[in-house]
Design a protein around this ligand. Structure first.
Ligand code: HEC
Length: 148
């Protein structure tokens, strides 16, 4: 039988997925780091709270698109769906805006923070957000998506 030349590549891909350790997800939300959480809270208050709420509660009727086609800001607490998404997606959503996922002409009030916040600052904001979730939700999110 001829050996399968693709085998090493295939194996490394499988390992990569199995460990969910591809470079893109290497960092993860540092939600147990008190200093990062503290730095993230300050950034959250001045950059995100005006829409997502000081207590992460979001805007009223956040699931209902307005007549002009815009969604209100969703909550980032356990009543929203932020915790249903992997770390890397939350990071990219914040850095590049919803258009990254919904297409270039998607209408949204959510700004892209590329050039306004550094990568580290974005991870810190996400650390603050995740630190506010009940322990059970943090655990579910970590088990589903993170590496640590
Ligand atoms: C001007 C209002 C506004 C500001 C400021 C804002 N957002 Fe948003 N954000 C939104 C809206 C509106 C959505 C819903 C996206 C859409 O239009 O479909 C959203 C969605 C999100 C989502 C996706 C949530 C999910 O469950 O899918 C994340 C993550 C997010 N915002 C993070 C942030 C962070 C972090 C900041 C601050 C650095 C921030 N946003 C600042 C309006 C805002």
């Amino acid at each position: 039988m001829r050996p399968n030349c693709d085998f090493p590549l295939l194996m490394s891909l499988i390992c990569c997925v199995a460990l969910s350790g591809c470079e893109a997800t290497a960092e993860g939300i540092p939600y147990l780091d008190k200093q990062k959480i503290f730095a993230g809270k300050i950034l959250y208050d001045s950059n995100c709270a005006s829409c997502h709420g000081v207590a992460l509660e979001g805007q009223p009727n956040w699931q209902k698109r307005s007549s002009t086609g815009y969604l209100p800001a969703p909550p980032h607490d356990e009543t929203g769906h932020t915790w249903h998404h992997p770390d890397q997606m939350l990071f990219e959503f914040t850095k590049y805006g919803p258009q990254r996922y919904a297409g270039a002409d998607y209408k949204s009030a959510m700004p892209a923070y590329e050039g306004k916040l550094s990568d580290e600052q974005i991870w810190n904001v996400l650390a603050f957000i995740k630190s506010q979730w009940p322990e059970e939700i943090q655990k579910q999110h970590t088990e589903a998506f993170s590496q640590k």
